[in-house]
Design a protein around this ligand. Sequence first.
Ligand SMILES: Cc1cc2nc3c(=O)[nH]c(=O)nc-3n(C[C@H](O)[C@H](O)[C@H](O)COP(=O)(O)OP(=O)(O)OC[C@H]3O[C@@H](n4cnc5c(N)ncnc54)[C@H](O)[C@@H]3O)c2cc1C
Length: 375
Amino acid sequence: MIALTDIQKEVQKTFQEFTDKHVKPVASKIDEEKQFPHTLFKQVGDLGFFGMRYPQSEGGEGLDVVSYILAVMELSRGSMSLAAACTMQSLMGTYFLYRFGNTEIKEHYFLEALKGNKIGGICMTEPDAGSDLMSIKTTATVTADGFILNGQKTWITSAPVANFFTVFARTNNHDQLSIFFVPATAQGVMIGKNIEKMGVRASLTSEVAFDNVHLPPHYLLGEIGSGTKCLREILAEIRIMTGALAIGIATAAYQDALEYANTRIQFGKPVGKFQAIQLKFADMAVKLETAKSYVLYAASLSDSNQPRQKESMIAKLYASECAASICDEASRVLASYGYATEYNMERYLRDVRFTLIGGGTSEILKINIAKEMGL
Ligand SMILES: Cc1cc2nc3c(=O)[nH]c(=O)nc-3n(C[C@H](O)[C@H](O)[C@H](O)COP(=O)(O)OP(=O)(O)OC[C@H]3O[C@@H](n4cnc5c(N)ncnc54)[C@H](O)[C@@H]3O)c2cc1C
């Protein structure tokens, strides 16, 4: 495990206390109600989470990636729904505005998003383009006074409550993808209904359609055709962050199972005294500690600006697969109570599966890790 600085420990403590006091008590309720957690989201904004990674000169907190990752782990330990919505806002939802937005976009959207007053989403996935991002069909036709956007996106986190989007599209004069800023109120933007999901149910997700949406020239973020190159700037962080989401929920499952094993009496003693259950805890602890250490190591590479593409993929792949396995094993410790909606365990089992998909599926990551090895 990397040694944490005093500031990193302070950030961890702040989000640990916030999660225990404000998130854990309502996590099941917001999941059940499938409503966007506006109050908690704003509170997370007040804690500075959305601007943690951005420089102070740009309205952010100027903190490092390790601090951010520690905060993500804590939020996800409380509620994966809240953590998913908040990480979307703090990373993909705002990054391209920070990098390329003009003064108007920065003042009216980026800075407001850092406070949690406005909500942003990223639109990459389409009905026929998931892992294969280069096959997206959304078009931005170049006109005399900007662009006309047409297309259909799906699985867009926070779309039903979003104020603005960052949209990946293909212009008519370039093979590569470009990135556009699109206010949710622009004429021709249509938000579909919430997609019903098995997990992260309070992080709303829906389709977004663009029907002849007129965009002024400065809504192009970066240069025409620079979309995939720009995405690569934050790809490692997206993966490390998803690994942190996995660690948070695995920690919650492990802790709940431990408490249960110490209090559930069968055959005259706590079930945690049976070797079969002890072996489960040893296996879970090995997975949790090694995955957490590796995710923090990958984050530290990011902070010291070292190559981290392969390490970020290993971190995300290993953490999410370990977390899915830990939630599964932990639920067996609770047996029938791990199956009851009255306990948090069944929510962890549902929510953890999101980490196997977001930030790249395990299959895609394995292929790309092999490529990094020159295969
Ligand atoms: C809760 C949730 C929130 C999301 N939020 C957003 C969002 O805000 N914005 C956004 O743009 N998208 C979002 N997504 C979409 C997500 O990024 C995609 O689901 C993801 O990229 C995978 O695409 P897909 O589901 O279409 O799977 P597909 O790409 O269709 O894959 C299907 C299967 O085939 C495998 N596969 C695909 N290609 C290969 C290959 N070359 N070799 C081997 N195996 C392969 C995959 O691993 C998978 O097992 C979200 C998804 C979820 C579940």
